[in-house]
Ligand binder design. Structure first.
Ligand code: HEC
Ligand code: HEC
Length: 507
């Protein structure tokens, strides 16, 4: 609103300037006419008697004059009413132009998707996913078979990856798979703008996530909730079906390999496609004689050829997330049960003080009460008691890292406007010492915090929930800072994530 007012003021100023220039022009013309006009030659009737007699003075100054003046008045009236309306509509025209550009980008992206770069050949119309032709070779480059490589659904890709991460994939492709590097940085044909346009287009067919925040901030929360329910049901049904049909023997295994036999969402929600050699070639490709990708000892052991981009989870997983241990603030792991001292178990808080753990390893206060970990599945890392916690919200188009705290955790709905009221961005510098920004972007106010060692199973769960972040190198064994491990928190129901954690820890 504020910005449209600014626009309105700008355009009024421009209008006034134009008007004054026109006025000055008229005055100048008038003065020039006076000086350059010739003297009256006398009565025309006398000079040319064949000319028709013109109106008499009475008529000229009466009806004729009135008519001309009325006409001028009407035109003046129309102009004075129409001009402000024109200016009033100007901000709308600005928005329209922005929207038109957006549509333009999307349609150019659509052209690239379907024709220019032919993403559609592998990822299908609407990004529902498909397969890509692939020539299977052995280690010496000898032909083994013509195969199909699962090309994941893209209609959920922005729910698993951030924009930067998707841009990275488009720029650099997935070496060792049919997904080529498309962007100039990776040696591909598409310019930065074309990559951006393609992303804008992909965003037009993204599905609804299961995330309550996404649901609440959609244009139509009720419809979004219904869509999210439908998605959850679809995923649950597919997991159940695969168990009923005997494809897998546990929920964890079924989620890990979601879509392996059925092609559900073109494998996009599976883990196997990146963590199991040969998974993406499907059950019918004899990619290595005798090696069934799902056989014991192979499933979860990615990194071989042909494989996706993940690496082996077999055995290594408990190194990265040791069993029942605490990850300390310096990144090292405390032994099972925490650090023992004479009084029992404790770990060190950020301020150097020691916090005791009970015999189950849960931290307790001096009076013996349990510290509570806030907000369920999302904040396992930090142990904090905050007076209030802000909602996590990043409205489109406003690039600020943090948004104002709202009492009930969600922004207010303003009935007079359509949609939600944008909270004012928080000035991060103004945060006090007892305020806290959590890893997921929310802000806690007046918090008592101890830098809580992460509990193994929490850390593992969190990693799958959030994925690897682009730009920050990921711990021990981490491959890059490219953020290639997707986050599944917006797509997989939480109990499925827990099931897959349990499954992986048994690999
Ligand atoms: C020749 C087939 C083919 C074409 C053409 C193609 N892709 Fe892909 N794409 C794939 C395959 C196969 C994968 C999966 C690679 C893997 O297993 O890691 C993939 C992966 C991706 C991913 C990562 C998705 C994820 O969840 O891992 C994105 C994003 C993507 N492609 C976008 C595009 C876009 C946009 C285009 C067009 C500019 C495009 N692709 C063109 C085959 C293709
Ligand atoms: C698109 C490919 C891809 C998919 C799909 C994928 N991962 Fe990963 N995963 C990776 C990559 C790449 C890494 C390494 C992360 C890094 O280095 O940044 C990784 C790392 C991991 C790690 C850490 C391994 C270790 O030893 O440190 C775990 C655990 C994991 N993934 C679990 C999963 C689970 C569970 C799923 C399915 C719900 C899954 N992954 C789906 C690519 C993928």
């Amino acid at each position: 609103m504020q910005s449209s007012l600014v626009f309105a003021a700008d355009f009024r100023a421009i209008g006034l300037t134009v008007a004054s220039v026109v006025l000055l022009g008229f005055v100048a013309l008038f003065i020039r006419n006076i000086f350059t006009s010739r003297d009256e030659l006398g009565s025309e009737i006398e000079l040319a008697s064949n000319k028709k007699e013109y109106l008499s003075d009475e008529e000229l100054e009466g009806v004729k004059l009135d008519r001309s003046l009325s006409f001028a008045l009407v035109v003046l009236g129309i102009t004075s009413v129409a001009l402000p309306f024109y200016w009033l509509a100007e901000p709308g025209r600005q928005e329209g132009a922005v929207a038109a550009y957006q549509l333009n980008f999307e349609s150019r992206g659509g052209d690239l998707y379907t024709e220019g770069a032919q993403c559609v050949n592998c990822h299908a119309a609407g990004g529902v996913g498909g397969v890509a032709p692939y020539v299977l070779q052995d280690v010496d480059g000898q032909f083994i078979a013509n195969a199909s490589w699962t090309a994941p659904a893209l209609n959920n890709v922005f729910l698993r990856y951030s924009e930067d991460e998707v841009r990275y994939i488009l720029n650099f492709g997935r070496p060792g798979s049919p997904m080529a590097a498309w962007g100039t940085p990776g040696g591909g044909p598409l310019t930065e703008q074309q990559v951006q346009n393609t992303m804008e287009y992909i965003q037009t067919f993204e599905v609804q996530s299961l995330d309550t925040i996404d649901i609440n901030f959609s244009d139509d929360p009720a419809a979004a909730q219904a869509e999210a329910d439908e998605l959850a049901i679809e995923i649950r049904d597919e997991v159940q079906r695969s168990l009923d049909d005997g494809e897998f023997s546990s929920i964890g295994e079924a989620v890990f390999n979601l879509g392996y036999f059925s092609g559900f969402q073109a494998g996009s929600l599976s883990c196997g496609r990146c963590h199991t050699s040969g998974w993406s070639l499907g059950p019918n490709t004899p990619w290595a004689p005798g090696a069934d990708p799902l056989a014991e000892g192979v499933a979860g052991c990615g990194g071989g050829n042909p494989s996706g981009i993940g690496f082996s989870l077999c055995g290594t997983i408990t190194e990265r997330f040791p069993d029942d241990a605490w990850k300390l603030p310096d990144g090292s792991w405390a032994p099972k049960g925490g650090l023992a001292d004479d009084d029992g178990f404790f770990y060190e808080a950020m301020d150097g003080s020691k916090v005791r753990l009970n015999d189950k390893g849960a931290p307790i206060t001096d009076s013996g009460e349990l510290y509570e970990v806030l907000s369920g599945g999302e904040m396992h890392g930090d142990l904090a008691e905050c007076a209030s916690i802000s909602s996590l919200w990043e409205p489109e188009g406003i690039s600020s890292e943090a948004y104002a705290y709202v009492e009930d955790g969600l922004p207010e709905v303003d009935d007079s406007a359509d949609g939600f009221v944008n909270p004012e961005p928080i000035d991060l510098d103004s945060l006090g010492e007892s305020d806290l920004m959590f890893a997921d972007g929310r802000i806690g106010f007046s918090c008592d915090v101890i830098d809580m060692p992460e509990r193994t199973s929490y850390a593992h769960f969190d990693f799958i929930y959030n994925g690897a972040d682009a730009g920050s190198g990921y711990g021990r064994g981490g491959q890059s800072a490219a953020g290639m491990m997707p986050g599944f928190g917006k797509l997989l129901p939480e109990q499925f994530i827990q099931a897959v954690v349990d499954y992986e820890r048994g690999l």
